[in-house]
Write a new protein. Structure first.
Length: 578
């Protein structure tokens, strides 16, 4: 929680645009300066109105027109310049937050809901724009106007001004009291809205499963609960604000009535003329709007402070994996991988790998087999530096991967995941993922290796065919072949196949298996699979259990041992395990 320091974190981003803000402040000064002049004009013209002399009134009317024209021009300049600065700041913060999120580790995204993160980058950041515009378009002009008007009122009659301002501390205390409650309620509301957004993202992503299991009513009930939390949080804010405005309004009215009573007394004492009292009253009337602006702006800033807390709290999170200060790019590799005395645990009291050692030669195909939780995915996560081991080293071509830049490391490792992720864009963009100017010859060759070229060519738009969100307009086999093409296009020396055929029908599996065999040629391959048919051709099969290698050998060698691998194979391929 950043609390009251949130605005201090925002200040450096605002000061980047000090030139624009300086011009806006000049306009604000011009706008503010017209307020006392307007009050004086009211007092001067009040005497002339009673005479019925239009000629004497005309110059003052002309002056009033010019005054309010200048006031409007200054307000326009102030608002446009402030809006320009505000949205530039929002643009900067949004980019910085998004870039920072990409520097955080996989563990962070496993803890956080995607809907909540999306809202922080959209709704919360938009609230920051509101903070800036409120401060510079409303709060600052209102404060300066209030100061200018009160200075003019002191000039006219200081005893009357002091008497009128006696009630001000009550107003300040009331505004502060309401503001703190609004801040707390707004934090609850933002959290509830983030939870609702996260739940929506989750349900839309799993809509097929929801329909397949006919769980719409259950999902709707859960949605009602999340929406009810959001409703209650919103209502709490509305209730506080609904109480605040009448209370502050009553204090304002009390101040005005006191003004008229005391003003009449000052005229009787000969310390004030009727025209001056009218000017004083005009100034007091003009003061009401700035006070209201200060009140509402303060409330809004307290509401937005919750968004500031949520946004800047992300920047306070340090990545779990960081590059060393003198990290060097990983040179082109042959693909030799070594795990040397590696210890790792996601939770420190529950080790996943214990003194783990493994040497994989360049071009070797290694299959990882074992029950869920045996450590197969952990080995891959460590190789990609999604996590770092608590002890030990992982080396590629004899180089400790902790000493090289993350980008250079991951650019030489390709992955074909179990759940194929495609992005909205063309087929070509998905194959050449991350390459803004793809090599078309290499792209088409990658598609041919992945057995994807023929089905792509049958689309009317070919490689320019638009892929819907998550590739929903393609079959499972087509999506998987595009994932293989994407990995081949990157031309990695190390290839990771994570359950790459587990969710395919037999026809698609055959095409994908053929594609994988071509993709694996000349590369070091780590293959994770539960279906043992996919690992038979591996050079070496490692059976993992509780983070240790308990068997190692080829398919035939492990079957001949009649141990754990043979047991797995028997359970999958022989009826009733016989």
């Amino acid at each position: 929680m950043l609390g009251k320091t949130s605005y201090r974190f925002l200040l450096p981003y605002v000061l980047r645009y000090w030139r624009t803000l300086s011009l806006a402040l000049l306009c604000t000064v011009g706008f503010v300066g017209t307020a006392p002049l307007a009050a004086q004009l009211v007092g001067q013209t009040s005497e002339l109105v009673g005479t019925g002399n239009v000629r004497q009134l005309l110059p003052w009317a002309g002056a009033a027109i010019l005054l309010f024209l200048g006031r409007g021009i200054c307000q326009f300049g102030q608002d446009v310049l402030m809006a320009d600065a505000a949205f530039r700041v929002v643009y900067d913060i949004r980019l910085i937050l998004y870039a920072h999120l990409h520097r955080l580790g996989v563990d962070f995204f496993e803890r956080m809901g995607s809907g909540d993160l999306t809202y922080r980058l959209t709704g919360d950041v938009e609230a920051i724009a509101m903070v800036i515009t409120r401060v510079f378009q409303q709060l600052l002009p209102a404060l300066l106007t209030a100061i200018a008007l009160m200075a003019y009122m002191f000039y006219l009659n200081w005893p009357l001004t002091l008497a009128a301002l006696i009630i001000t501390p009550l107003m300040v205390a009331a505004i502060s009291w309401f503001g703190e409650r609004l801040r707390t309620a707004s934090r609850r509301n933002q959290d509830a809205l983030g939870g609702l957004s996260s739940y929506l993202t989750e349900t839309f992503a799993g809509i097929r499963l929801i329909k397949a299991f006919a769980t719409e009513e259950t999902i709707l009930h859960r949605f009602q609960q999340e929406a009810e939390k959001n409703r209650r949080a919103y209502f709490q804010i509305a209730r506080i604000q609904s109480t605040q405005y009448p209370v502050v309004g009553f204090l304002e009215a009390l101040s005005i009535m006191s003004l008229f009573l005391l003003g009449t007394w000052q005229i009787g004492a000969g310390n004030l003329t009727p025209a001056q009292l009218i000017s004083f009253g005009a100034a007091a009337a003009l003061l009401i709007d700035p006070v209201n602006q200060i009140s509402s702006s303060y409330s809004s800033l307290k509401v937005a402070e919750a968004s500031l807390d949520r946004s800047f709290s992300l920047l306070a999170i340090a990545p779990n994996v960081q590059e060393v200060r003198d990290a060097q790019p990983l040179p082109p590799i042959t693909g030799k991988v070594e795990y040397r005395h590696v210890w790792f645990a996601y939770e420190l009291d529950q080790p996943v790998l214990q003194d783990f050692n493994l040497l994989v030669q360049p071009g070797e195909v290694v299959a990882l087999v074992g029950h869920s939780g045996a450590g197969k995915s952990t080995l891959i996560n460590l190789l990609l530096r999604f996590y770092d081991p608590q002890a030990g080293q992982i080396l590629i071509d004899g180089i400790d991967i902790k000493t090289v830049t993350l980008k250079s490391l991951r650019r030489q490792i390709g992955i074909v995941p179990q759940e194929t992720i495609l992005f909205s864009g063309t087929i070509a963009q998905n194959i050449a993922f991350g390459d803004s100017e793809p090599d078309w010859e290499r792209l088409i060759e990658a598609a041919k290796i992945a057995n994807a070229h023929d089905f792509i060519d049958r689309f009317p738009d070919g490689y320019q065919t638009w892929v819907g969100e998550r590739g929903i307009n393609l079959s499972g086999g087509q999506r998987q072949r595009l994932a293989i093409a994407r990995a081949v296009y990157a031309d990695p020396r190390i290839l990771i196949l994570d359950e790459a055929t587990s969710a395919l029908d037999s026809e698609s599996e055959t095409l994908v298996q053929n594609a994988l065999e071509k993709a694996m040629r000349g590369r070091t391959v780590f293959m994770i699979a539960h279906r043992l048919a996919t690992v038979r051709r591996a050079d070496r099969i490692l059976v993992l259990e509780q983070g240790r290698i308990i068997e190692s050998g080829s398919h035939q060698e492990l079957l001949a041992q009649s141990a754990r691998y043979a047991q797995f194979y028997t359970q999958q391929y022989l009826p009733d395990g016989k």
